[in-house]
Design a protein around this ligand. Structure first.
Ligand code: AMP
Ligand code: ZN
Length: 464
């Protein structure tokens, strides 16, 4: 049985075996636009990618995740002007709120979380390269990408030529209505928000930030690019065109897209106003963990219809998973010497297999329940309970639920492993990242993966 992940690649349109990278496995995830609360549809995408990332970690892929913060666009500018705050004050506040929600939803922290406004030189340099190669042209202080000069434009979305010509509101001065903006000349509605460039005052278009920042932190041809399915076109199509035209190299090896969270058959979105935020869910009396469970109860490639009716059963299911793990932990600390039934590890092994099989979270959850129905935790003796608890906690970590802190028996990670992890934690605190990376690699070589939390904590999990 292969321990490799298989996942649907939107470029190939088929499930492929995910190859391991030499060194880091670079993942880019298009992050939030920070002008309001993220809604739970946004979190469906971010949590699916969080599970993907956890599975890659446990499967020993050494993922390195970059998720950007879009802090400059029409909405952040309008929001900051309406609030009387500077763009930076305004977007920092919404970024903090986003982080709080992410922590509450037990999402891992990206290795790098770059902001668009911190990467103006990189974006301008890429646009200059494109202009230099005649892939882009300037008109009245704005710069546009010339899609006619890029023959493979549309490769990812496979739309017809007509559908590719969506235009972006400035078509009057473009050579072709499908050309998209790389740099926007300053206009009165942007107020005081502008940056100097070779084309005069202005600001970057939305797509260029992801090309410039992924290039800076992951290079070209990185392992995986991810986002919600609505980003496929035009955003990801444009990212590919910009990066590949500028560098001559492929942007990413594979593309993973998450289907939408819907309400009454329609996409949940800020523009339709049919949304719930995490605050709404809390105010209804549910835990964030119940929302996380409800969002992973469907397969990431199928649209998921949200109804608050799903939350009570998600909460119950979580409680059962948590209680089973705690009962196992008790047995592991003194459960006697009986041995388990022969096949009692097989169901859990299949749950892990389900995650490796195109991230089948509903099947994995179903198998956890099959296991609980078949094998009561009380039937395990100490030795089997220890082994099984390690497997159970690995599944809990992969799914990011039930989010209970349980003291694991000392034997799960021995003293040696713990002391390396502690030393790594000290190195991190002292910002000695080279040393902490070295120690992380040593832990991986010994079969352990370590995950950090924002509050200076960490978790150790056995690699598969
Ligand atoms: P935004 O902040 O609008 O740039 O969106 C952040 C992420 O959420 C992107 O990856 C979007 O594709 C994704 N997204 C937006 N709406 C939904 C939805 N209803 N369901 C799932 N993902 C969504
Ligand atoms: Zn992006």
């Amino acid at each position: 049985m292969s321990s490799n992940l298989r996942i649907f690649d939107s470029m190939e349109r088929s499930v492929i075996d995910v190859a391991r990278s030499v060194g880091r496995f670079g993942i880019y995830c298009c992050g939030p636009t920070v002008y309001n609360y993220a809604h739970i549809g946004n979190f469906r995408t971010f949590i699916a990618i969080d599970v993907l990332w956890r599975v890659l970690k446990l499967a020993g892929y050494n993922p390195f995740v970059v998720r950007n913060i879009t802090d400059i666009d029409d909405k952040t500018i309008a929001g900051s002007m309406a609030s009387g705050q500077s763009l930076e004050e305004f977007t920092s506040r919404w970024t903090e709120i986003f982080h709080r929600d992410c922590d509450d939803l037990n999402m891992l922290i990206p290795n790098v979380e770059p902001k668009a406004t911190d990467h103006l030189p990189e974006q301008i340099a890429m646009i200059e390269t494109l202009v230099g190669k005649s892939m882009a042209y300037e008109k009245n202080g704005s710069v546009y990408f010339r899609i006619g000069a890029w023959p493979s434009y549309g490769r990812l979305s496979r739309l017809s030529e007509r559908e590719l010509r969506v235009g972006d509101g400035d078509s009057g001065e473009k050579e072709n209505s499908g050309d998209f903006v790389l740099w926007k000349a300053h206009k009165a509605s942007d107020g005081e928000v502008f940056y100097e460039s070779p084309w005069g005052k202005g600001r970057p278009g939305w797509h260029i930030e992801c090309s410039a920042m992924s290039l800076r932190y992951l290079g070209t041809n990185f392992a995986m690019h991810t986002g919600g399915v609505d980003l496929c076109f035009p955003h990801h199509e444009n990212e590919i065109a910009q990066t590949e035209a500028a560098t001559g190299e492929p942007m990413a090896k594979m593309w993973v897209h998450v289907a939408h969270l819907q309400i009454g058959g329609e996409k949940m979105s800020k523009s339709l106003g049919n949304l719930y935020t995490l605050n709404d869910i809390r105010q209804m009396g549910f835990k964030s963990s119940a929302l996380r469970h409800a969002l992973i109860a469907g397969h990431y490639r199928q649209p998921l219809s949200f109804s608050d009716d799903s939350l009570p059963s998600a909460q119950k299911s979580l409680d059962r998973i948590g209680a089973y793990g705690s009962a196992l932990a008790e047995r592991a600390n003194g459960g006697g010497d009986q041995t388990a039934m022969g096949d009692s590890f097989d169901v859990l092994a299949s749950a892990w297999e389900a995650l490796l099989d195109d991230l089948n979270t509903p099947r994995a959850l179903g198998l956890l329940f099959t296991h609980m129905q078949r094998y009561s935790a009380e039937s395990y003796g100490t030795a089997d309970a220890k082994k099984l608890l390690a497997e159970w906690m690995r599944m809990e970590f992969a799914l990011g639920i039930p989010m209970v802190k349980r003291k694991s028996p000392e034997t799960i990670a021995d003293d040696d492993i713990r002391s390396i992890a502690e030393e790594r934690q000290r190195a991190r605190r002292e910002k000695n990242f080279a040393r902490s990376d070295e120690l992380r690699d040593e832990l991986a070589a010994r079969g352990w993966c370590v995950c950090d939390s924002r509050d200076d904590g960490y978790e150790l999990n056995k690699l598969k």
